[in-house]
Design a protein around this ligand. Structure first.
Ligand SMILES: C[S@@+](CC[C@H](N)C(=O)[O-])C[C@H]1O[C@@H](n2cnc3c(N)ncnc32)[C@H](O)[C@@H]1O
Length: 460
């Protein structure tokens, strides 16, 4: 799991400087002027454009110039969380998508700010400041300059006709829930009593959850060390602590010393479910970046092989283990191709944290919902089944396979586990949490978690 990266959320910045068109960069002293809002709008529009063209927001923001990045990150996160409504507003006022892709994205970012619902939800900027700065943004960029009249006219028209435009969006699921319509339809069908709560939870700013490395420091001692630094934290599960306000992880004590890792509370359930004991032969089949590999090794002295098909991501497993003072064998391989990597010796425990649509972690990664396509769900489920079937062959008699995904779609969870059990009569289901749903109703910080699915099988 990666750190929540929206700790510069515009919700938390309401400084006078921001109202004057200068957002203060995250981490800068209050009142210190940041870059002009016009520059930030262009940088955020470039990031949003990249996502609409298929890039992840993390990759896109890595290309943003460093001085603009914190403010561009805050705006682009906000735009991702409100893109459904912003797009519907834009189409109500400008029915044909502009031919210039960056203009389209600039309009989306500006409408995301202007159409925000609640005061504070991206509304740190006075509406007329947003309009003026968006026009400046267009004027200052050669590709956009011919369209500054369109920017000015459409944004001002929205300010004049706001209520009437928003009223025309009634019944538009994408605008109402800020998720693609197919996503809303799927959740409505799969969770008739909970879908609204799940969607609402997706738009809350996430807490920051860490896992104490018990080889270095216990959970409660870690809470005390953070408290001594003025960082209140709550316990979450056996090894977890929650910081109600996300922060840049580099600013927290003990990272370099390997005291902790960033890991969501639901993800922290994986390693204990396999009940690792000293000397066990364990396979972490889809290991990168190594969050669960490290947790397994924190719990017991294991003979552990960590595989991942992506060699670059696998390098992060080595880095993370070194920081935490842990060791495993790592190998880049397609886990379903047993001939390529398996020496024929079975494993006592296998963790299959399979690739998935990541529909359970949209709170931390609000771009995911716009990157996925409906047919990704079936394609991903087929890959998961292929991986799970291959892995079942490497489990020792009496050994266990833990199937895990950070998805909330049933094709990747409940249905997948049932189909697996039907294909493998020698697989006995053991108690496991099943589907965990992120829900707005259980929003106490210590109880927040991502959407996850777990099924545990023993080979009889
Ligand atoms: C959900 S992530 C794993 C997260 C990891 N277990 C952790 O806790 O940090 C899924 C991983 O599966 C890997 N993967 C996808 N297809 C694979 C395959 N055929 N064989 C091995 N790894 C694969 C991806 O590269 C990705 O790193």
């Amino acid at each position: 799991m990666t750190a929540s990266s929206d700790n510069a959320s515009p919700r938390r910045r309401a400084r006078p400087a921001a109202r004057a068109g200068h957002p203060s960069p995250a981490g800068a002293p209050a009142g210190s002027p940041g870059p002009a809002l016009a520059e930030v709008l262009v940088a955020a529009a470039e990031a949003v454009r990249a996502v609409l063209d298929g890039s992840s927001l993390t990759e896109a923001l890595a290309r943003t110039p460093a001085p603009l990045r914190p403010a561009a990150q805050a705006l682009s996160f906000h735009a991702m969380r409100t893109l459904g409504r912003a797009r519907a507003v834009k189409r109500a006022l400008i029915p044909r998508d502009p031919a210039e892709p960056l203009l389209d994205a600039l309009l989306l970012v500006a409408f995301a700010l202007l159409a925000a619902d609640a005061p504070g939800a991206g509304a740190d900027y006075a509406p007329h400041t947003v309009v003026d700065q968006a026009v400046n943004a267009a004027a200052g960029k050669r590709r956009l300059a011919p369209f500054k009249g369109l920017v000015n006219g459409s944004l001002r028209r929205f300010l004049r006709e706001r209520e009437a435009v928003l009223a025309r969006l009634a019944g538009n699921d994408e605008a109402a829930w800020n998720h693609p319509a197919w996503w809303v339809k799927r959740l409505r069908a799969e969770y008739p009593g909970q879908w609204q709560d799940i969607l609402r939870a997706a738009d809350r700013a996430p807490v920051l959850t860490l896992r104490a490395n018990r080889r270095r420091i216990g959970r409660d001692a870690l809470i005390e060390r953070f408290a001594a630094e003025g960082l209140p934290a709550l316990p979450a599960g056996e090894s977890g602590i929650v910081l109600p306000q996300a922060r840049p992880v580099q600013q927290l004590p003990g990272f370099a010393e390997g005291w902790w890792s960033v890991q969501d509370a639901a993800a922290q359930l994986a390693a204990p479910l396999l009940q690792p004991r000293d000397g066990m032969r364990v396979l972490d089949a889809c290991a990168a970046p190594g969050g669960k590999t490290a947790h397994l090794l924190e719990l017991a002295d294991l003979d552990l092989l960590a595989l991942d098909v992506d060699a670059a991501r696998l390098a992060r497993v080595d880095d993370n283990l070194a920081r935490l003072g842990l060791a495993a064998r790592t190998r880049a391989a397609d886990v379903a191709d047993l001939d390529a990597w398996w020496d024929g010796r079975p494993f006592d425990a296998v963790l299959a944290d399979v690739p998935c649509t990541a529909s359970g972690i949209v709170r931390r990664h609000p771009d995911i919902r716009w990157l996925r396509r409906e047919d990704d769900v079936g394609r991903t489920a087929a890959l998961q089944a292929r991986i799970a079937d291959a892995l079942w062959r490497v489990v020792a008699p009496g050994g266990k396979l833990l199937y895990a995904t950070c998805s909330i779609f049933q094709a990747e969870g409940v249905n997948q586990a049932e189909a697996f059990a039907a294909r493998h009569p020698e697989a006995r289901r053991l108690p496991a949490p099943g589907q965990l749903l992120p829900q707005a109703a259980s929003e106490r910080p210590g109880e927040q978690h991502d959407g996850f699915f777990y099924a545990l099988f023993a080979k009889v």
